[in-house]
Design a protein around this ligand. Sequence first.
Ligand code: ADP
Length: 456
Amino acid sequence: MTGRLIVLSNRIPTEAQPSGGLVVALHDCLTQRGGIWIGAAAEPTATPDEGFRTVATGAYTRLAFDLTPQEFETYYLGYANSVLWPLFHRRADLMDVQPGFAEGYLGVNARLAGLLADFLRPDDVLWVQDYHFLPLAHELRRLGVTNRIGFFLHIPFPVATDVPALPEAAVLPDWVAGYDVFGVQTRADVERLRILFDRNGVSGALGDGPIRLRGREVLPLACPIGIDAKGYRETAAKSAGGDRIAMPPQQKLVLGVDRLDYSKGLVQRFAGFGAYLSARSGDDPQATLLQIAPPSREDVDAYQDIRMQLDLTTGSINGEHGEIDWTPIRYIRRPVPRDDLAGLYRRADVAMVTPLADGMNLVAKEFVAAQDPANPGVLILSHFAGAAEQMPQALIVNPYDAQDMAQALRRALTMTLAERRSRHAALWKAVDDEDIGWWTRRFLNALGGATVAEVA
Ligand code: ADP
């Protein structure tokens, strides 16, 4: 690649030294090779600037574009988070399709395409992040832009038979085909993508190579995102976050860490933990589930519903199983500082990462990185987390089946040190080998024109 690397994401980091996996990876990548990072301004404004605004310069440049309050409602809260998010997470029943949402979404993407078409130089490579910008390349192609454009979908690719629930279903393949490389988290996502094209009558879509549609060629690429594994391991070893847990020594700590989102399967997880407690015999260890779940997207109704359900479930399980000196579920909605969180991961005996649908789930990888290899804890991982493809040595569970989760908990809490070590060593290898640097290289190699075989 000789041109500039231009990354587009919904948010740009505001601090000089950002934290958070993806943000750090892109920050490091752009710092090394230079480039430009474009994202929405932190707050909507009724008096938007027409073009991009420079927010920071240095090793690379950060540019912001403004959203009006109405665009924020329709494009971001509306179409992106109340239509695409539930559909792509297999919850079409939670979609909230409202007049104006699609127009807002398409409008923001068309406006950005116009700005980018003027801004791009012929050799520039554009890397678009996530479901907020699916139609962007299609819009750019309509404006005659021929640059290499890649896309990475952080969330699951939808099931082809669910896609008709999207009013814009007919154009989704054209949106995808606007890109040269369409990166997704797992091989299962690539399969779903190919099936969607096949169902739309595109011949050859089920093969291995690029998919052809109306004169365009798009390469679907399974490119699982990773974390800064070694960095996280060091942070966790230094963190005092675990020292704040006061529990009797014989009691085991089971940890859950998630944004409060219906896709995370929190109600089902609590039910699985409740089933363990109900079936527990005198020999089975006593365990406390510490669930950290800061609310997100509270302006969207479905998020208020899940919060209420979780309050009810927590109260019911604690009421049934609690004792005067023991509360089985400790449920915390406050955000926890990242460093403290790393220490909690290290201190935990078991992590329950049991989403109903998840593009990857970085918590699973952070937990493995944080654990002490000499005496590691056990990861219980949902079959429906993208991470399960890379992490088969976890105890893989069906989050819809409370008994299955209860059995996995029992197994995790009574597992021998030798088995814990051997499972952890294999998991650490996967997390460390395919870390965040690997992810960036793999994607950019593919986008630079290399064949999939070369980057694999
Ligand atoms: P999602 O992107 O859907 O929220 P992931 O598991 O992929 O799910 O990523 C979540 C990220 O947010 C992880 O890096 C995790 O450490 C972080 N995180 C989750 N909960 C908290 C919390 N309570 N405080 C701080 N960071 C959190």
